[in-house]
Design a protein around this ligand. Structure first.
Ligand code: SF4
Ligand code: ZN
Ligand code: ZN
Length: 312
């Protein structure tokens, strides 16, 4: 048998090798197995219900557009479920402008409802204005920390306005393991597995249908489905702790395929077994181990009125 032939159908020419399983896949078999894994992830963790109104977080990057595409296919089997694409525009000139345009075109092509909300509308300030402010300079925060916190809030506000019952994000296996590592380094691993449906403190549940899918497979799926790729990178990307961890994990996974899956399993055993009492944040009501949740703390440091933005 030729080395170039797909190990599943024994016909197509291979475009992708799954190092951790040894599968060598043609485009058709790759797409089929990719979509099957996402559907199984959703079922395994009970992420979605048949009549959900699903707010898909669509930044306009390849991962989020790939998520929209795969959910569009999977949810077509559930006539009572509805997809709404929600884009948060942080106000990062050039980089996010291009992504928002990609989101708009892709969503239009699929004929899905689209909501776009800007930091400026929700918080009265864009990310680049925050980063240029005196408060930010004094805070010692990183742009990605602020961006992540505010994006989470803005997404919640927009998804609720759109009548969503759940939020789906495009966090991949790589993202989830990176998040666990960052939490570990901060001394708080969290109390529930990432991206698994859990109702908390009046906030919409968030699910991550790609949590068992490696980033490079999402990239391949995006490519095979004609998803547009961005030509600009975020000017703040290289400043993040996540970026350091990402590079370390990528190198490790290249050398020892399957490491990310092993790490995910180990982290999830630890999160499930920890028992810290949670209470409502005194400012926004989110369940937290602290008096004021981290998001409210960051907003306070930057002089942004958290109460205005996070209550119903
Ligand atoms: Fe936001 Fe950081 Fe991502 Fe840029 S790289 S969009 S600042 S989280
Ligand atoms: Zn095949
Ligand atoms: Zn709070």
């Amino acid at each position: 048998m030729s080395e170039d032939i797909c190990s599943l159908c024994k016909r197509g020419h291979i475009v992708y090798v799954r190092e951790y399983s040894g599968e060598r896949l043609c485009p058709r078999c790759f797409i089929r197995t990719f979509e099957r894994r996402v559907a199984r992830t959703i079922a395994r963790y009970g992420m979605l219900r048949h009549d959900d109104r699903i707010a898909v977080a669509v930044s306009g990057g390849k991962d989020s557009l790939a998520l929209l595409k795969v959910l569009f296919k999977i949810e077509s089997r559930f006539p009572m479920s509805i997809l709404v694409a929600v884009t948060v525009d942080e106000g990062i000139p050039v980089y996010r402008d291009e992504a928002v345009e990609h989101a708009r075109e892709f969503v239009n092509k699929l004929g899905i409802e689209w909501v776009c909300v800007r930091f400026k509308d929700v918080f009265g300030i864009d990310l680049h204005e925050v980063v240029d402010s005196k408060e930010f300079e004094l805070s010692g925060l990183q742009p990605c920390t602020v961006c992540g916190m505010l994006r989470r809030r803005a997404l919640e506000v927009a998804a609720k306005d759109a009548g969503a019952t759940v939020i789906a994000t495009a966090h991949t296996l790589d993202d989830v393991v990176q998040t666990y590592m960052m939490n570990l380094m901060r001394g708080d691993l969290g109390r529930q597995p990432f991206g698994v449906r859990a109702e908390s403190g009046g906030f919409l549940p968030r699910v991550a249908p790609f949590k068992l899918t490696p980033e490079r497979e999402v990239v391949m799926y995006a490519y095979l489905n004609g998803v547009p790729f961005q030509s600009h990178i975020c000017p703040y990307a290289r400043t993040s702790m996540r970026d350091m961890i990402r590079r370390f994990l990528c190198e490790y996974e290249d050398r020892y395929p399957g490491t990310l899956f092993t790490m995910l399993r180990s982290f999830e055993k630890l999160t499930v077994s920890s028992e810290v009492e949670l209470r409502a944040c005194v400012r926004c009501g989110t369940l937290t181990a602290r008096r004021v949740c981290r998001a409210c703390e960051v907003l306070q440091m930057l002089g942004i009125d958290a109460l205005q933005t996070c209550k119903d």
